[in-house]
Design a protein around this ligand. Structure first.
Ligand code: GLN
Ligand code: ZN
Length: 757
């Protein structure tokens, strides 16, 4: 018998109801009381359980709801709130941890593995004490029960919790292991009183990474045997996702843990674990539906996959579900009214994925489908067919172009290019520039919105954008920057702007995915062969260049970043998609160059984000990412200077890859670390030019001239002056003009002082 499960369900609400309730409450808006928040939460939880009930899911998730983040919920549940918020309580304390308050800065937030979801990082120390408060967890279980759901309780596992923690005193987070496990045991005892049998899912995705793997593996047995013994009627599921967890399976099999969750989409090597599972007492929770992407599954293929797994585990009972929590995909297609209907027919958001799980389970069990299910199944088969042949997806001209490529990189060596560039661009030592965007004002946002809604015509829009460019140019000339930018007024987002102009990309109306707290992003859908019908930035750049005699830097988003921030088609290897994207940028560079633009920056803000979780996959990623960046800039003549920008400071592990990208200049985010992190560039003998970022743009603070002078001198201790560019550490779009004006003035002033000394 095959049953079904859901690893977790999104919680922000299909109309982003939770976002509105939270932001209204935080802003103190009328009608947005705490009661309102609670009632919105109740509605959402019940709706999400209903969806899972409708899909006849056997193990429905509870305690996957959160007002901000599930790691934060765990921090609070185990009483591990940092001392600076200890005097607070309840929801006030909870939101203070997440967002900071007058006296305490917010807790750190960082990316959840290789997703775009951000969790709150636990802050521990040797002094941390834990004290269980299970009220939220127990209440949610009872709430589900009242709705007729005997839920599977979702918890963050203790090992992942500690592995993702930081300490404020340099101690090892695992010093806290025994104390924390003691509280988990109390929690299991409480959970065991809820029903005669309770399924509890412990998320342990840390075991799908290489991070400290051997050490962490060695504690599985001790921790989990203690937990399992604490409550006999609790069935513990050890849940992993995002990659294979082969070594963990071997350890888990030695314990009394009831079940193990494995991702068969993003961790193909998990198939190698099936033999162990066959020969153990473990019940498998097999993630067979992609929880990270939005394409319809091929139901027939999935049924075969489920049968294959079943066979390999010797016909034992098991569960099928999504490869990870559905948190990482949007809710439901029913709100998509404007999407091309053919593209829409290929999509499956969270609610549609539940249907897929239901149908796959039924077919694999040999159970007949009812009329509604049969219709979905037929539509699925039709979508599989059209996706294979549709000319919306398949363009022979794009495919042939990729196939017939002969040139993959710039011909001249950096050493030769840079001589030509220095001569023709004629910049002195410590050239000054910025990363591209200037403040995105309210007027600018309104201008773009009004144009989108058709409330103003193209001429009025163009005039508004040009006015902003004029102001940017004038300001930059006035303060004496060397290499200018146009300020990016026409873009609200560095991927969307290009995606909208590239064929093969579509945009959903309501495809929101939680990024952190109340914030959501709406990743573009890269559904087919991509190509650039016409120039995307050339008119704006030409205009900007026409307003100044100084060098105007063109500004593009790189192919790797486009890929990493989109939902990407799964019917073509990512490396192939990346090549197609690279050719779009290739063409744009050629056109910019013809239009007289002499420096072009190709931003790769998300280059590092795409890194695989397992080292075994890193070389392949690095190769395709570097190749595709190099291909994208290979239309640049030797005299055209290629810049890139990355929002990182830590290059120790990837410096050789960065060097291999062969950009003439790279700007990075080292401002907050002095010159420490720059040293790697020196130690590997990095030749290309570097703009390390002389001040931090992530805070409203205006840096003084003195401070920047000191920073530049510190940089000069590491790299020679001929190699250094001077710039802020990232784009300025989130800052205000009042901050940007004095900051950049001080920056230029500081460079003058250093140049003259
Ligand atoms: N050119 C972009 C900007 O200045 C780069 C943004 C980024 O690095 N995230 O806004
Ligand atoms: Zn940046």
């Amino acid at each position: 018998m095959i049953k079904s499960y859901v690893t977790g369900f999104p919680r922000i609400g299909e109309k982003r109801e939770l976002k509105r309730a939270l932001e209204g409450l935080w802003a103190g808006k009328e009608g947005f009381s705490e009661e309102n928040l609670l009632s919105v939460a109740k509605t959402l939880k019940n709706r999400h359980w209903q969806y899972q009930k409708d899909a006849e899911i056997s193990a429905i998730s509870v305690n996957d709801f959160s007002f901000y983040d599930l790691m934060l919920d765990s921090i609070v549940a185990f009483g591990a709130v940092p001392p600076r918020f200890a005097n607070l309580s309840g929801r006030e304390q909870y939101f203070a941890c997440a967002r900071g308050n007058k006296t305490g800065v917010a807790m750190e937030m960082t990316k959840w593995f290789n997703t775009n979801y951000h969790y709150i990082v636990p802050e521990l120390s040797a002094e941390t004490t834990f004290k269980l408060d299970a009220s939220k967890i127990l209440a949610e279980y009872e709430e589900a029960k009242a709705a007729g759901v005997k839920g599977k309780v979702n918890l963050i596992g203790p090992i992942t919790f500690l592995a993702l923690s930081k300490t404020t005193d340099g101690s090892c987070p695992f010093k806290n292991l025994n104390a924390l496990v003691a509280e988990y045991k109390k929690l299991l005892e409480l959970l065991s009183t809820l029903d005669d049998e309770v399924l509890v899912q412990f998320d342990e995705p840390i075991f799908a990474t290489d991070k400290n793997e051997e050490n962490l593996l060695s504690v599985i047995g001790k921790v989990y045997n203690e937990l399992v013994e604490a409550a006999g009627n609790v069935k513990v599921v050890f849940m992993t996702y995002f990659e294979h967890a082969l070594k963990a399976v071997a350890e888990v099999a030695k314990t009394k843990i009831y079940g193990i969750g494995l991702d068969f989409i993003h961790g193909k090597r998990n198939f190698e674990a099936l033999e162990t599972i066959k020969n153990s007492h473990l019940t498998l929770f097999a993630g067979v539906i992609d929880g990270r992407n939005i394409w319809k599954s091929n139901i027939d293929e999935k049924v075969n996959l489920v049968r294959e797994i079943s066979e390999k585990i010797g016909g034992k009972d098991f569960y099928v579900g999504p490869s990870c929590s559905l948190l990482h995909v949007p809710y439901a297609l029913k709100y998509e009214e404007k999407l091309n209907s053919e593209v829409k027919s290929w999509l499956s958001f969270a609610v549609e994925k539940l249907d897929e799980i239901k149908i796959i389970t039924k077919l694999a069990n040999g159970v007949a489908l009812n009329a509604v299910e049969s219709k979905i199944y037929e539509e699925n088969k039709a979508a599989v067919k059209t996706r294979a042949t549709s000319n919306l997806i398949h363009s022979s001209s794009v495919q042939n172009r990729v196939k017939n490529l002969v040139k993959f990189e710039r011909e001249d060596k950096f050493e030769d290019r840079i001589k030509i560039q220095r001569e023709s661009l004629n910049y002195g030592i410590l050239p000054t520039t910025t990363i591209g965007s200037f403040p995105q004002t309210v007027e600018l946002r309104v201008l773009r919105q009004n144009f989108k809604k058709g409330e103003i015509d193209a001429a009025a829009y163009e005039a508004g954008i040009k006015k902003y460019i004029d102001d940017c140019v004038k300001f930059q000339e006035d303060i004496g920057l060397d290499v200018l930018v146009h300020g990016e007024p026409e873009r609200n987002d560095m991927v969307e702007y290009f995606g909208e102009q590239i064929e093969g990309y579509a945009f959903s109306e309501n495809g929101w995915v939680q990024s952190y707290g109340s914030r959501c992003v709406k990743p573009p859908l890269l559904f087919g062969d991509v190509s650039r019908p016409k120039a995307m930035t050339v008119e704006w750049m030409k205009y900007a260049q026409s307003r100044t005699n100084r060098i105007m830097k063109g500004m593009l988003t790189g192919p790797v970043t486009m890929l990493n921030w989109s939902f990407v088609r799964d019917d073509l290897p990512r490396s192939e998609v990346a090549k197609q994207l690279a050719l779009c940028i290739f063409d744009e560079i050629a056109d910019l160059q013809n239009a007289g633009i002499r420096i072009i920056q190709v931003d790769e803000a998300a280059f590092k984000e795409g890194y695989p979780l397992r080292a075994e996959n890193i070389p392949a990623y690095e190769k395709f990412a570097v190749d595709c960046f190099k291909l994208s800039v290979s239309s640049a003549e030797p005299k055209t200077q290629i810049h890139t920008h990355m929002c990182y400071s830590e290059f120790n592990d990837i410096i050789k890859t960065i060097e291999a990208m062969d950009a003439d200049v790279i700007s990075i985010e080292t401002a907050r670390s002095g010159n420490e992190l720059l040293k790697i560039f020196k130690s590997v003998g990095y030749k290309q030019e570097v703009g390390p970022g002389v001040y931090d743009i992530h805070s409203p603070r205006v840096p003084s001239t003195d401070e920047i002078v000191r920073q530049i001198r510190a940089l000069l201790e590491v790299l020679p002056k001929e190699q250094l560019w001077i710039n802020p550490d990232c784009g300025l779009k989130t800052r205000k003009w009042e901050e940007v004006e004095p900051s950049l003035k001080n920056m230029v002033e500081a460079v003058k002082i250093v140049r003259n000394s």
